[in-house]
Ligand binder design. Structure first.
Ligand code: NAD
Length: 243
């Protein structure tokens, strides 16, 4: 029960890594707000996972909706201890072929969404003098990746924001960290060609793709009291893909 009496918001919590994190956090005693724009899947999970879960059908790139959601979470659960900025999308194309729309969309969700959620949650954490903020970067944001001008830019930006917020919020008792997953078997990567996935396994030291639980366990560690003296850190959870 490493998260007993804790309240967590997990964005993108209706599927993939986010859903694995919701389940892991519930096992450890947390109350969890799932924030996701997939209403059908979110409502299904809320019904399945029991009374310690509340679903909020929100697109994290819509500032007014994010602000309203945060107030509703506080009304429902009384406080917010943990924010997991996990929602994200890809719209890959090489530099010359990338459309303005695909560039902008990824920026709005992966970058603006993280900023909006953190800005809306931070005053509550500052008032209580504690909190854990964990955002999802990517090895793509650390090393770049073919076809990911937009995505890599947002995931590198998350590292910059994480380190900035760690400096600003440390004196308020708030830890701010990021997790940078490698290739992880979720709907996001399962749409890639089998050949690419095999190549990724081949260049990973541990010779397998990650599973959502690998990343969920890293979120859990950084959200727990065991990580109280860790802040401004980017934890790569990638099976050694970039070694
Ligand atoms: P996924 O596509 O399987 O799940 C993402 C979830 O986020 C979905 O439930 C989706 O509905 C939700 N979502 C997307 N945009 C949203 C928005 N604007 N508002 C609210 N909800 C939204 O993806 P995943 O693989 O689980 O990825 C989770 C995070 O991990 C993302 O930030 C992703 O960039 C990052 N990541 C994934 C991998 C990987 O290999 N899967 C690697 C590195 C980083």
């Amino acid at each position: 029960m490493r998260l007993a009496n804790k309240v967590a918001i997990i964005t993108g919590g209706a599927g993939g890594i986010g859903l694995a994190a919701v389940k892991r956090f519930l096992e450890e005693g947390a109350k969890v707000a799932i924030v996701d724009y997939d209403k059908q899947q979110g409502e299904k999970m809320e019904a399945e996972l029991g009374e310690n879960v509340a679903f909020f059908a929100v697109d994290v790139s819509k500032l007014a909706d994010v602000k309203e959601m945060v107030e509703q979470v506080v009304d429902r659960f009384g406080k917010i201890d943990i924010l997991i900025n996990n929602a994200g999308i890809t719209r890959d194309a090489t530099l010359v072929k990338m459309s303005e729309e695909d560039f902008e969309k990824v920026i709005q969700i992966n970058l603006n969404g993280v900023y909006y959620c953190t800005q809306a949650v931070a005053p509550h954490m500052i008032a209580q003098g504690s909190g854990k903020i964990i955002s999802t970067s990517s090895v793509s944001g650390v090393y770049g990746n073919f076809g990911q001008t937009n995505y890599a830019a947002t995931k590198a930006a998350i590292i910059g924001m994480t380190k900035t917020w760690a400096k600003e919020l440390g004196r308020k008792g708030i830890n701010v960290n990021a997790v940078a997953p490698g290739f992880t078997a979720t709907p996001m990567v399962e749409k890639m060609p089998e050949k690419v996935l095999q190549q990724m396994e081949g260049i990973t030291s541990l010779q397998r793709l990650g599973i959502p639980e690998d990343i969920a366990n890293a979120y859990l560690f950084l959200a727990s009291d065991e990580a109280s003296y860790i802040t401004g850190h980017v934890l790569q959870v990638d099976g050694g893909i970039m070694m």
